[in-house]
Every structure is written in C-alpha cells, then in structure tokens.
Ligand binder design. Structure first.
Ligand code: ADP
Length: 275
C-alpha cells in the first residue's frame, strides 16, 4: 500500500467511527497552560446542559488533563469486540463520553513521542472508540502547531476550531501561528473565534469588580490583526482552579458566576455551527 492509499484507508476508518457525530470542534491554543483543557471541559459540560449529546476527546499528548478534570485518572478502559475487532468504550461522566490519551500512557512517556508515531496513535484512538451518536465531539488539542494538529485538521472532518489565549503578548504570538495553520488553504478549517481565558481577575466577594492584571491590549491587537471574533472572556478565579483540581469543572454548578461565561460560549458555538 502506498502512502496515499494508507492515508485514504485511515480517513475511511475515521469517517466510519464518526459517522454518527454531527459536529467536531477543535479547541486549540498557541501554547500550553493557557486553560485550553479548562475551556474544552467546560464547553463540553455546557453543551450537554443545553441538551446535546457530547463527547470529549483529549488528544493532548504533551499533558492530557481530562482524566484529572473529570477525576477519572485511575479508571479502567473497557474493550468491546465487534466482528472480530476490539473497540474501546469511552468513559461516561456527567453525561459526557470521554476518551483520553492519558488513559493509555504515562504523562512523562507521551512527551517523547515523535511525529508519525504520535499521529498514528491519535488517529487509532479516535477511530477505535465507540462514540455512537453525538451532536458534538470536542477535541482538546495539543498546544501549538505540530504533527498531531496537522493530522487532526487534515484527516478529520472538523466543523470548526476555537482558540484559547491568555492576555499576555507572548501567548498572542503563539496563537497567531496556530490560527495561521488552520487558515492554511490545504487545511481550511473554519475558525469560530477566540476565547480569552484569565482575561481579568474577579474576587468572589466583589463580583462586579474586574482587574485586568495582564492588560487589555494583547487580545485586542490579536483579534484585530487576525480578524477573529472574541467569543468569550473568562475571568481567572479561585473557584475555576479549585473545581478543576477536584475533578468537578465549574460549569456543573449552575449558580456559579463563571458558568454563565461557558454557557454563553456553548450557545454561540452551537449557533455558528447550525447557521
Ligand atoms: P492547558 O490545557 O492550556 O494546558 P489547563 O486548562 O490545564 O491549560 O489550565 C492550566 C492551569 O490553569 C490549571 O491548573 C487550571 O486549573 C488553571 N486555570 C485555567 N483556567 C483558569 C481560570 N480561568 N481561573 C483559574 N485557574 C485557571
């Protein structure tokens, strides 16, 4: 089999596995640690709260966080044989079907994977998972613009991508590169917009006070330069950090102030993809 036939075979397998999934949404970022997984997890929960069937695929080989965010780190993944082939069952929590590369590798080992090996593992993970019927499958992507991001954006029918950035100028330079990759004419994945995470600090006891500790200009310059829509500005709060650490993402709490930001993000994305 030549390389083109091989690629076609991979694409066919993925198509088959995702045949009952309506929308695939990639959540990317220029660099790590900006809150991409936090946004992916809370977006998935918010879409589920809007009544959709949702899956979340954690393909961030550099630091899979979904097992921690959903407190399922030691969960065993079950296989199911169908017509002589073994498939994997996603783990279901809070009504969301979850699959993570973190279920299969140690955090420190995933880092050393290179190019084709990492890409093959990720495409296999996606095509071997029994996703079933879903309205949304959210991808928690690795940060930056490496082989996995290329593979996912080329081999998967991604409906749209969102980017997460913090307000610092440095992160902005990295996100510019990632946005340019998706915009590339060979990839051509629609960019739905940008989420500014840690946009400002709000103390719980003074919810109307906003402190722009990283400044306001970084994001403004970026959205102007790249002609991106600013979908949502998420504050940096103690509750987001604590709920992440305890494996109960903030959006599960309908009364939390932060939840309305993620719900609004979910509605916007849903509107954009069903126009
Ligand atoms: P990434 O996926 O980009 O590497 P994470 O979502 O894992 O980033 O977030 C990195 C760290 O920052 C985590 O400890 C997370 O709990 C914390 N964090 C992310 N967003 C917020 C926020 N808005 N407020 C407080 N802490 C946050």
């Amino acid at each position: 089999m030549n390389i083109f036939e091989k690629q076609k075979e991979t694409q066919d397998k993925i198509k088959q596995a995702l045949s009952n999934v309506k929308h695939l949404v990639a959540v990317g970022s220029g660099k790590g640690g900006v809150g991409k997984s936090t946004v992916a997890a809370n977006l998935a929960i918010s879409l589920a709260k809007l009544g959709f069937k949702v899956g979340l695929a954690d393909v961030d080989i550099y630091g899979p966080s979904i097992p921690t965010l959903f407190n399922i780190e030691n969960q065993e993944v079950a296989g199911r044989e169908i017509e002589g082939k073994v498939y994997i069952e996603p783990i279901e929590k809070f009504g969301i079907k979850l699959m993570s590369i973190g279920f299969f590798v140690d955090n420190d080992k995933a880092l050393i994977w290179r190019g084709p090996m990492a890409s093959n593992t990720i495409t296999q993970l996606i095509s071997d998972t029994l996703w079933g019927e879903l309205d949304y499958l959210i991808f928690d992507m690795p940060p930056g613009t490496g082989d996995i991001q290329l593979t996912i954006s080329k081999d998967l029918p991604i409906s749209g991508a969102i980017f997460v950035s913090t307000p610092q100028e440095l992160a902005v330079a990295d996100v510019r590169r990632a946005v340019n990759m998706f915009n590339n004419k060979d990839i051509n994945v629609p960019i739905l917009g940008l989420v500014e995470n840690m946009a400002y600090f709000t103390p719980k006891e003074l919810p109307d006070n906003k402190y722009y500790i990283f400044g306001k200009n970084g994001i403004k310059n970026l959205i102007d330069e790249l002609n991106l829509e600013l979908l949502e500005q998420i504050p940096i709060t103690e509750d987001i950090s604590q709920t992440n650490d305890s494996g109960n993402p903030i959006s599960l709490d309908s009364d939390a102030l932060e939840t309305k930001h993620f719900m609004s993000l979910a509605s916007k994305i849903n509107k954009k993809l069903n126009k």
